[in-house]
Design a protein around this ligand. Structure first.
Ligand code: FPP
Length: 242
């Protein structure tokens, strides 16, 4: 038995036959986590990037198909330049590591958002991770970068209109950054705030929301178990009756 099988879900409470297919996470609370320790905010992002690595592996081991995280929004450019640079640096480091490890770990990577504003180096690294992802099957981690839900809907509307196609939900969905992905079943926001912050506005129409006070750098596999357990108690009706 591989080690992860022992580690994943030790209490055996999560029903693996009813897992959310797609989990989305707003990784909030990095700055507060750092401040409480007397550290610069960037230390919180560094810890947060490490938690993302662990949680992605755990999702894969549980059997979840897609994990989508909010790494940098279209509004995050308003932050101090040194914080923006630190987040971009962490993403660069993550991509460099992923290029070496994703085939071994069987983790596909996809980036959602307007990549044109990112540095040429980051864009080139993304191309390389995309090429590698094309050779991998199974679990996929989606990293939203320079992503905004409104921006996504507007650019999709422009492209759908230019295509001359009928304005159906299906056609329109093909122009979203998330084209081809199933909608998130479970949206988790740690960090104590209860808002959607311009994340996956179209896709979360029927997602189940789970909010918790844990700051993202303190988020563990157990916190994810708790979110999934809460999800498994929900009655999803998608506007119908049962
Ligand atoms: C929100 O917390 C977090 C962000 C805006 C950045 C998230 C980025 C990372 C975790 C690093 C890079 C990611 C990957 C995938 C390698 P906040 O700073 O708003 O926290 P606060 O509300 O406590 O201030």
């Amino acid at each position: 038995m591989r080690h992860w099988k022992k580690k994943a879900d030790p209490a055996g409470q999560v029903d693996r036959s009813r897992l959310p297919r797609h989990v989305a996470i707003i990784m909030d609370g990095n700055g507060r986590w750092a401040r409480r320790r007397g550290l610069p905010r960037t230390a919180g992002h560094k810890a947060g990037a490490e938690v993302f690595r662990r949680i992605a592996t755990y999702c894969k081991d549980l059997g979840i198909e897609y994990l989508t995280v909010y790494a940098f929004s279209t509004e995050n450019w308003k932050r101090p330049p040194e914080e923006v640079d630190a987040i971009m640096g962490l993403l660069r480091q993550y991509m460099l590591e992923a290029i070496d490890s994703m085939e071994r770990d069987q983790i596909r990577l996809r980036f959602l958002g307007d990549m044109s504003a990112l540095s040429p180096e980051l864009q080139a690294l993304m191309e390389r991770t995309n090429d590698i992802s094309a050779r991998i099957e199974g679990f996929q981690a989606n990293v939203c970068l320079n992503y905004g839900g409104r921006d996504e809907i507007l650019q999709a509307a422009r492209r759908c209109a230019a295509s001359g196609e009928a304005w159906t939900e299906e056609n329109f969905g093909n122009y979203l950054y998330s084209a081809g992905l199933s909608d998130p079943d479970l949206l988790i926001r740690p960090g104590g705030e209860q808002r959607i912050s311009n994340f996956l506005l179209w896709q979360c129409a029927y997602s189940e929301f789970y909010f918790c006070d844990t700051l993202w750098p303190d988020f563990t596999e157990r916190t994810l178990d708790e979110a999934i357990l809460a999800y498994q108690k929900r009655d999803r009706r998608f506007g119908g009756v049962k």
